[in-house]
Design a protein around this ligand. Structure first.
Ligand code: COI
Length: 356
């Protein structure tokens, strides 16, 4: 039997909803989880027991391999509610594709469409009431998979859990952020796992980020492993710059290929900007800031959406970016995406997946 045959999703509704505890006017990021989660188990080469169940703790073996050897991957997606109550998910097919690329790199099984895509639409249907509709809020959707085999030998696990949890969220960053260019620690090297969304890529960022925080910066700007000369991404999102009339994002297999980043670069091209995915050196950025040709810099991600960068620290010097009010391109993208995601404009690209 193939891994995708006979998959049906059982629903076990909660008896005690926590919805009344949520203050939808004051949402923080990732603090309170919705009533239900989707859980699927991979055993003997097949996905089984796919079910939407009340959100709750799991019982797991202390020797399970994800805890020791890090076979753990995840995604971040957002669901929105239009003024008329329609529920929509932003480009989840792209996250599903990336999830399976991450899985392949970490020697984990693919999650079929019937579980990932049908599972998340069914989950949002069940937890419809949890999806906020105030502009700037969304339902954050976190699909993840980890190795569950209880064994300490280093080998690909024979069993896995795939889970989707969701939570109503407000902004991840509520104001522009400052970045310190990281020239000592490294996020990813060529041939490594930089392009994959695995837990370890975030664990390794915590220490250098703390050092940057201690110096007064919000986040770090990763640079390449070889020379620490080329910009990669920020600790929690991709990076995009406007230099003259060109919209530029760093590129390569050491970088996470974000869905928000991809969307913005597609829009830039469609709107007649030059859109380039290429190496950007720190020096090019700093020279451009000094010369006034770098007019916009922002972090782009599902959680971060578009977060403006106001200051960049490099080799003990601070470089200040122009005021946010004049950032024509990123402000236009923000307003375009807001209108689209809250159903106020026509979805000409087919990016909204409507939950029936
Ligand atoms: C996302 O943007 O969805 C992420 O997973 C980033 C994480 C730091 C919250």
């Amino acid at each position: 039997m193939s891994a995708t045959e006979q998959i049906s999703i059982r629903v076990e509704p909660t008896k005690t909803s926590r919805l009344s505890q949520v203050d939808f006017n004051n949402l923080k990021f990732g603090q309170i989880m919705s009533d239900h989660m989707l859980v699927a188990n991979y055993e003997n080469g097949q996905w089984t027991d796919v079910a939407i169940v009340p959100y709750g703790d799991l019982t797991l073996s202390p020797s399970m391999s994800a805890l020791h050897y890090g076979q753990a991957i995840f995604e971040g997606i957002k669901g929105y509610k239009f003024a008329d109550g329609t529920v929509s998910i932003f480009r989840p097919d792209k996250n599903w594709e990336r999830f399976n690329k991450s899985a392949a790199r970490l020697q984990m099984p693919e999650v079929p469409e019937e579980i990932f895509m049908d599972g998340l639409t069914k989950l949002l249907d069940v937890d419809r009431e949890w999806i906020p509709s105030i502009e700037g809020t969304a339902l954050y959707i976190r699909p993840f998979m980890f190795a569950t085999e209880a064994a300490l030998g280093v080998h690909p696990s024979i069993s896995y859990k795939f889970i989707i949890i969701t939570c109503p969220v407000g902004a991840y960053y509520s104001k522009p952020i400052s970045l310190k260019v990281e020239t000592h620690y490294t996020r990813a090297a060529e041939g490594g796992v930089g392009f994959s969304k695995n837990a370890g890529n975030y664990a390794l960022s915590l220490y250098p980020t703390q050092l940057a925080n201690n110096e007064g910066y919000d986040q770090i700007m990763w640079t390449d492993a070889n020379e620490h000369k080329y910009i990669e991404e920020a600790g929690t999102a991709n990076l995009i710059f406007r230099i003259g009339d060109t919209i530029i994002t760093p590129h390569g297999d050491t970088i996470l290929h974000g869905v928000t980043r991809r969307t913005i670069m597609e829009l830039a091209e469609e709107w007649g900007y030059k859109a380039e995915q290429r190496k950007v050196s720190v020096q090019e950025l700093i020279d451009g800031i000094k010369a006034g040709t770098v007019t916009e810099a922002f972090a782009a991600g599902t959680a971060a959406t578009i977060t403006h960068i106001d200051r960049i620290g490099f080799e003990g010097q601070d470089y200040t970016l122009p005021p946010v009010e004049g950032r024509e391109f990123s402000l236009k993208v923000l307003s375009y995406l807001n209108d689209l995601r809250y159903g106020k404009s026509e979805d000409t690209h087919g990016w909204n997946l409507i939950v029936k």
